[in-house]
Design a protein around this ligand. Structure first.
Ligand code: GLC
Length: 547
């Protein structure tokens, strides 16, 4: 019997290091997730995605894997992971693992071997090229700053590292390497996991190694053999199994994402793209202070929604993850408690009516905000610390950099989950690895659960609707009022059913839109009644007929 359609699922993302600590180490662990399983059943999600828990020196918090087969002792043991799977499955919850196959840690034994000599059997598992002592093979930039090549004195060559210097890019041209990767993925399938999130998987196929006018992305993004490799990965691992997959796609295009997710091509189920989360990067510059461009946000979201729908592709839909600042501080308003609650619910309703698989990042469901760090020693993230030193070297004022980090740093989403108003927000008995936001007295899970009107219950209701209503899963997407400066409005249409979503992104009253079919039953709203205007951050989801 076919299992429930995966397209109806909602995924909850866990960043284990900041989730729940049961040992007092100051870092979250797998047992901490087991302890909270009832919380997920209350929320109603279907899958839990765990960011990497494998052995790792943790220079990039686990995205630098040194052993794909072992659990990092800081998170617990394999027995803990087994127990998590068992107890999750008993509750009908599925577990999705994060797989990083674009690179490994330089501490992975393949790399340790590879760097020993030019004729080592693992040499070719990575990308080694000649340069001269002070001129790397190409001028490509690392995503974490600096040149993308690291010089290795012993063998007098450079290895490619698109991310940190301790994250060496794997050479997908090498068949043995690919075979080893498939074997590893099959190990986790046999272990009993239910899905995979593939980290920056559209970067695995490198094209030509040439200098670029820019950072070099055109040479390795959606590269020449990427579809071939992903198809091969699919056929050798999860392809014929009940495994949900999502690929993280860096700087990708709709055209490629239609290919990645077209079921007939046997690649992946769904994709994350990030174009809608760059609407506050003026001129493409992340390290800047800027308000978000609302018209651009709508344009990008809707372009992807319509094109993926019409082309038979499938999006992951999300505002937040461990690499993004908190959405309520970013596209909402956290200046007052009232605005935080209204805009947190508005953002949830605006997103969860879209077509695709919704992802909720830990703490989003209670409206966690950016913590407002204002000293560099509060930061832990390698990307943020690199950015700080590079911008300082370029002469930027330290206080301006701190203001920028406070809105853009990945650490904004990595502060511990605020469970209650006890010490350290109930996250740990020890010393948290990164500071707990000082807003935890007001914003915490215990409080959200007690208050029937909290953001949590908006998410809970949205998940319930996603499970119940086919129109939310299969309905086509019809955007409206694309030029309107304040409102985000769209319809979903399916076999005579209609959902209308209306969201006011502004902290002001705006006229009720004309010529929008908003007849029907209000399924969900963040105000108790309806008026002939849309109040600050007012949002609603309406169910009616399509005629
Ligand atoms: C992805 C991850 C990010 C990580 C990077 C390198 O973008 O989400 O956290 O730093 O890949 O693995």
């Amino acid at each position: 019997m076919a299992s429930k359609d995966w397209r109806k699922s909602v995924v909850y993302q866990i960043y284990p290091k900041s989730f729940n600590d049961t040992t007092g180490s100051g870092e979250g662990d797998i047992r901490g997730i087991i302890d909270k399983l009832d919380y997920f059943t209350t929320l109603g999600v279907d899958y839990l995605w765990l960011t990497p828990v494998y052995e790792s020196p943790m220079n990039d918090n686990g995205y630098d894997i040194s052993n794909y087969y072992e659990v990092n002792p800081q998170f617990g043991t394999k027995a803990d992971l087994e127990e998590l799977l068992e107890k999750a499955h008993a509750r009908g919850l599925k577990i999705m693992m994060d797989i990083v196959i674009n690179h490994t840690s330089t501490e992975h034994h393949w790399f340790v071997e590879s760097r020993k000599s030019r004729d080592n059997e693992y040499r070719d598992y990575y990308i080694w090229k000649d340069g001269t002592y002070d001129t790397p093979p190409t001028n490509w930039e690392s995503k974490f700053g600096g040149n993308a090549w690291a010089y290795d004195e012993d063998t007098n060559q450079y290895y490619l590292r698109l991310f940190d210097i301790t994250q060496a890019d794997l050479n997908w041209e090498n068949e043995d390497m690919r075979r080893d990767i498939y074997e590893m993925i099959n190990y986790w399938i046999d272990f009993g996991v239910d899905g995979f999130r593939f980290d920056v998987v559209n970067l695995i196929s490198k094209g030509e190694f040439k200098n670029s006018e820019g950072p070099g992305k055109e040479f390795y993004t959606d590269g020449p053999k990427v579809h071939e490799y992903i198809n091969e990965l699919n056929r050798n691992t999860f392809g014929d199994k009940d495994i949900m997959t999502v690929g993280e796609m860096s700087s990708t295009t709709i055209e490629h994402c239609l290919k990645y997710t077209n079921p007939e091509r046997n690649e992946l189920n769904s994709v994350f793209n990030f174009h809608h989360l760059k609407v506050d990067y003026p001129g493409g510059e992340k390290w800047s202070l800027a308000n978000f461009d609302f018209l651009e946000l709508k344009k990008i979201l809707m372009e992807w929604q319509v094109a993926m729908d019409e082309g038979g592709g499938w999006n992951a839909i999300f505002w937040c993850n461990h690499d993004q600042p908190r959405v309520v501080s970013r596209f909402g308003n956290d200046e007052t408690e009232e605005n935080r609650l209204l805009s947190g619910k508005m953002l949830a309703i605006a997103l969860h009516g879209l077509k695709g698989t919704p992802y909720i990042y830990q703490g989003e469901e209670i409206g966690m905000t950016n913590p407002g760090f204002n000293r560099i020693d509060q930061y832990r993230d390698v990307e943020s610390l690199n950015a700080y030193s590079i911008l300082r070297e370029e002469g930027m004022d330290a206080s301006l950099i701190l203001d920028i980090l406070a809105t853009k740093s990945r650490d904004n989403s990595r502060t511990p989950v605020q469970w209650d108003d006890s010490r350290n927000a109930g996250f740990t008995e020890g010393m948290p690895w990164i500071e707990v936001s000082d807003k935890y007295g007001e914003i915490n899970v215990a409080r959200a659960l007690e208050d029937g009107d909290s953001i949590f219950y908006t998410y809970q209701k949205l998940i319930e609707l996603r499970h119940e209503l086919d129109v939310l899963t299969y309905g086509s997407v019809k955007p409206h009022l694309m030029k309107d400066d304040d409102l985000f409005v769209y319809e979903r249409l399916y076999e005579g059913e209609r959902i209308t979503v209306m969201a006011n992104f502004r902290n002001k009253e705006v006229p009720y839109p004309e010529n929008i079919n908003a007849e029907g039953e209000v399924l969900l709203s963040n105000y108790a009644d309806r008026k002939n205007v849309l109040r600050p951050f007012e949002a609603m989801m309406i169910y009616g007929q399509n005629n």
